[in-house]
Design a protein around this ligand. Structure first.
Ligand code: NAD
Length: 471
């Protein structure tokens, strides 16, 4: 049986044996040097771009099936952002691949030094369901640009997107170097049993621990893109209307709160809370109407498990009576309206885990500075946001709050700025990507020092006489 046929058959039951066969084939391709060439990298990035240009309607359709994601959101966050990544990689690739000259030391004089980026080899990319195209293909762009062969494992929780990704990669990409394996825990476990040269995992921190333990067996480096409870601090004295609109877009305008950098909760002062609440309610109604369960501009909850999880947060006894806006649910249509809760206890369920949905608690403090202590008392979030006009408060925020990224006077938009690294810290992740950082995270930076034969100083050689020590 030929190797391609063999692979096809094995993929019907994707176990560790099938996974090992996949990796073996990809290792063969990588060893041939094919993926290292500038030409291959460019051709694959261009194929990816062609795929997005030609198949955007199919992508929008798959996202409708999986999440009822509004077309505009799909076009901007899943397709246009990817195109920007590819364009920047195509434009900068030569420069990124060029070895970087480094300074040398007097101890090696005369010599020259450079840092040569080289691909890790064969990498595994495991992606989640919420932005199934962006979060699958954006790491793929980095892995290709850096010259790696790869396997992509999309999430089974977004089945239409996963199956379309497998189909499109089969049609557009070089299958000797880039493969998609569909599946859930069993298939991912079979993949994780293999030796990889880098693993990129995007998802929750429980599974990240499984991924890291599997990687540790082979000392495989990991890029972990996780989540957390990203807070938004509202100071007074701001343009409240603009602030609320920007906050709403980062929360409900991003997959109805099912986004890793979605605002998880608000912190404001007791005095300012009523004004803020009023403005939020007005803008929510302006955006999504009086009956948001019917709005075409909000994604639905991905499945009944996540609907039940979010319902449990709302039904917790500790938050009964705390809903000040929204709260409507439709179990059959998997819809939950944008919901605001005021002054929920810090030990309630909703404040104990990442919400990842359309619910938004508002916590109040006496002084706005106290909000930074609340943030720093929890695990480090993927993002933290502050709305303020106060320069001192802004400086204090940047100096004292630790999170993957900070945004002042907006939410979630840092994701689109490719000159900034995107990633978490501690519980919210490890490593970062986007733009040049994507190339770097999938490359080993090889230190190369080069010398000639002149300038050989005898003092370094034995015998180590006392006279040499005095030099
Ligand atoms: P998910 O359920 O789709 O899981 C992610 C991936 O892990 C999937 O491919 C899945 O098959 C795999 N997986 C699940 N259980 C596994 C197991 N036991 N062993 C091996 N693999 C397994 O997605 P999710 O975790 O629900 O995603 C939501 C989380 O991801 C949130 O915490 C969110 O904040 C985070 N997230 C982070 C980013 C980021 O860029 N930092 C982006 C999106 C989501």
């Amino acid at each position: 049986m030929g190797s391609e046929e063999e692979t096809k058959k094995k993929n019907e039951v994707f176990d560790a044996e099938a996974a090992s066969l996949f990796v073996k084939e990809l290792r063969g391709t990588f060893a041939s040097g094919k993926t290292k060439s500038y030409g291959w990298r460019v051709s694959q990035l261009k194929s990816l771009m062609k795929m997005l240009n030609e198949r955007e309607p199919d992508i929008v359709d798959a996202l409708r099936q999986d999440l009822d994601k509004p077309e505009l959101e799909s076009s901007i966050y899943e397709v246009a952002l990817l195109k920007t990544s590819i364009k920047s990689a195509l434009k900068e690739l030569k420069h990124w691949m060029t070895p970087e000259k480094a300074k040398t030391s007097i101890t090696t004089f005369p010599s020259s030094a450079e840092i040569v980026p080289e691909p890790f080899g064969v990498v595994l990319i495991i992606s989640p369901w919420n932005y199934p195209f962006l979060l699958s293909l954006d790491p793929v762009v980095g892995a290709i640009a850096a010259g790696n062969a790869l396997v992509l494992k999309p999430s089974e929780v977004a089945p239409a997107s996963s199956s379309l990704l497998a189909k499109l990669v089969g049609e557009y990409m070089d299958l000797s170097s880039i493969r998609v394996v569909e599946g859930a825990v069993a298939e991912t476990s079979a993949l994780l049993d293999q030796k990889w040269d880098k693993i990129c995992y995007t998802g929750n921190s429980r599974v990240a621990r499984i991924v890291m333990a599997a990687a540790a067996k082979h000392l495989t480096p990991v890029l972990l893109e996780l989540g957390g409870k990203s807070p938004v601090v509202f100071d007074s004295g701001i343009n409240l209307k603009v602030a609320c609109r920007r906050m709403i877009m980062g929360k409900w305008g991003c997959n109805n709160g099912q986004a890793c950098i979605s605002p998880d909760h608000i912190i404001t002062t007791k005095d300012y809370a009523p004004k803020l609440l009023e403005s939020l309610k007005n803008e929510l109604e302006n955006f999504y109407g009086k009956n948001p369960l019917e709005s075409k501009d909000l994604s639905r909850i991905v499945n009944s498990n996540h609907f039940a999880r979010l319902s449990k947060l709302l039904d917790d006894d500790k938050v009964s009576g705390k809903i000040v806006h929204g709260g409507e649910r439709d179990k059959n249509k998997l819809r939950i309206a944008p919901t605001l809760l005021l002054d929920v206890p810090r030990d309630s369920l909703i404040m104990s885990e990442e919400i990842f949905g359309p619910l938004l608690p508002i916590l109040t403090v006496d002084k706005i500075e106290d909000s930074f202590d609340i943030i720093n008392s929890g695990t480090k979030p993927l993002a933290a946001y502050l709305f303020t006009n106060n320069k001192k408060l802004k400086q204090q925020f940047v100096e004292t709050v630790s999170a993957g990224g900070l945004v002042i006077n907006d939410t979630a938009v840092h994701l689109a700025v490719h000159s900034l690294p995107f990633g978490g810290v501690q519980e919210s992740g490890m490593g970062a990507y986007h733009g040049k950082f994507s190339f770097d995270v999938f490359s080993h930076k090889k230190a190369v020092l080069s010398r000639g034969f002149i300038g050989d100083v005898p003092v370094r050689y034995p015998p180590y006489t006392k006279g040499k020590l005095r030099l």
